[in-house]
Design a protein around this ligand. Structure first.
Ligand code: SF4
Ligand code: SF4
Length: 129
């Protein structure tokens, strides 16, 4: 379990599908409130399982919190690859501070890195020397 908590961030409740409730991607969950999940105690397993990169790594600064920087970084199940999800309402989030901080350390650890912003998808490879 992570040593930190999500605080006021609920942005993954917008970004990701919840198969158990048929919630689609890019849409707020009906259970999401200003105070967090209204069904926290009985939330679906997929919600329980999800932890973004920021949540898992206590050394990331508060300003990198997904709702603040407009970026959620998720892993595959084996934690061998990552996807950078950019808020489509903030399409420049990855190019601007503080979100621009994500790319270099992720590319140093994972190759390739996938970037998704709405319907736009791109695969970024580490530059070979
Ligand atoms: S995006 Fe990360 S920090 Fe934000 S609510 Fe989801 S798991 Fe928590
Ligand atoms: S059930 Fe709760 S944790 Fe899951 S997406 Fe909805 S508001 Fe978020």
């Amino acid at each position: 379990m992570s040593e930190r908590d999500c605080g006021p961030c609920t942005i993954c409740c917008w970004f990701f599908a919840v198969p158990e409730t048929a919630k689609p991607t890019s849409q707020w969950c009906e259970h999401c409130t200003d105070h967090g999940c209204a069904v926290h105690q009985t939330r679906p397993q997929s919600c329980r399982n999800f932890q973004c990169f920021w949540l898992l790594e206590p050394n990331f600064p508060e300003e990198m919190r997904p709702d603040l920087c407009g970026i959620v970084v998720s892993f595959n199940e084996e934690h061998t690859s990552v996807v950078i999800h950019v808020d489509p309402d903030r399409p420049d989030a990855l190019a601007e501070e503080p979100g621009s901080w994500w790319m270099e350390p992720l590319l140093n650890a994972y190759d390739p890195v996938c970037v998704v912003c709405g319907d736009d998808k791109m695969v970024v490879r580490r530059t070979l020397e």
